[in-house]
Design a protein around this ligand. Structure first.
Ligand code: SF4
Length: 346
């Protein structure tokens, strides 16, 4: 009796990895999914907090993909290990702080370790030659296979016909004719294949699978590293970069101002670890202060906090400050609109 071959598919939550897994499932291979959680994933965090995307279903797209495919999904926390990938990328960054090539090498290497531990035969990714400028180029795709150590156990079903034969093909575990030859930035072949499989309502991420491709997010992360003088970060740091309006009036402190009720609630959860303030004489947002503000800085922060509340035109606003469990009130005049320089906005 033929041995049932098993493959693990890197599932990002997007269409390409979903199709790649399906193509191989169609060839009778047992497929399970693996999703790596770096802390920067766009999935199920800020879009669950903010109101603006309310029309969209709140779902974890990788879980949704696994459900659509009817496969088991392994979600692996790589937050700590990923720090070195982001802080010291051997191949550098893309247009923003996205270390896509190192990231792919890292993930495929993790998947390789996983298949060895779980007695699986090969790895599937949804990569397509020419789809992305950094990690999905004809010259960088072999780099991923080599540096990850996966070598010919790494199969890209959506463009496999354009690449040298991999072990699953050579061993006859799958048929090369059943692979595809997609290339370039066009999404049309993927959309046509999705239609053929009856997949609708799939996620369409704009820039990539994580916040590191986002210019504004990257600017905030650079600011964090610059003022700290080193590139370290904790999970809370990178989560908070996704939330609120960030204002840095001075090198020694930054304000995170909630933009809506969902963010107010989210920032409340951090009140014990940060200095926080809120206008109590008039309605206003929850504000966290990150850093080491002096009393003069707190006064300025209170005036900015008042500016973002309903008392912005009042002569005086009472702002409650909570610092290390001690509450105090500051009576301040809200800062005028033009008194907050543009450079303060991170
Ligand atoms: S977009 Fe983010 S998760 Fe995707 S490959 Fe690039 S760095 Fe990695």
């Amino acid at each position: 009796m033929a041995i049932q071959r098993k493959a693990v598919a890197l599932i990002s939550g997007g269409l390409d990895s979903m199709l790649a897994a399906k193509v191989i499932m169609e060839q009778g291979v047992h497929v399970e999914g693996i999703n790596f959680y770096t802390g920067f994933c766009v999935e199920g965090h800020t879009h669950a907090i903010r109101k603006k995307d309310k029309a969209k279903p709140k779902r974890n797209n990788s879980l949704w993909v696994a459900e659509q495919l009817g496969i088991k999904l392994h979600i692996v926390d790589v937050i700590e290990e990923y720090k070195d990938v982001l802080i010291n990328p051997k191949h550098g960054y893309g247009a923003n702080l996205n270390p896509c090539l190192d990231c792919k090498v890292f993930m495929v290497n993790k998947a390789k370790q996983w298949i060895e531990e779980n007695d699986f035969d090969f790895i599937i990714t949804g990569e397509v030659i020419g789809q992305r400028p950094m990690s999905q180029r004809k010259d960088t795709m072999p780099v991923i296979a080599k540096e990850s150590g996966a070598d010919d156990r790494l199969l890209r079903p959506l463009c496999g016909k354009n690449l040298p034969a991999t072990l699953p093909e050579k061993e006859g575990w799958i048929k090369r004719e059943g692979l595809y030859d997609f290339s370039g930035r066009t999404r049309k072949p993927q959309m046509a294949l999705a239609e053929q499989y009856g997949f609708t309502d799939y996620a369409q991420p704009a820039g990539g699978c994580c916040f590191l491709t986002d210019k504004n997010y990257s600017t905030k992360l650079v600011d964090l590293w610059t003022v700290r003088g080193h590139k370290e970060y904790e999970l809370d740091d990178i989560m908070l970069l996704k939330v609120g309006r960030h204002i840095r009036p001075n090198k020694n402190f930054k304000m995170i101002v909630a933009r809506e009720d969902g963010e107010n609630k989210y920032l409340q959860g951090y009140k014990k670890s940060f200095v926080s303030m809120v206008s109590i004489s008039h309605g206003g947002p929850v504000v966290l202060i990150d850093g080491t503000p002096s009393d003069t800085d707190l006064e300025l922060a209170a005036r900015i906090t008042a500016r973002y509340g309903q008392g912005r035109d009042a002569d005086e606003v009472e702002v409650q400050v909570l610092q290390q469990g001690v509450e105090k009130s500051l009576h301040v005049k809200p800062l005028g609109k033009d008194e907050i320089p543009k450079e303060w906005y991170v």
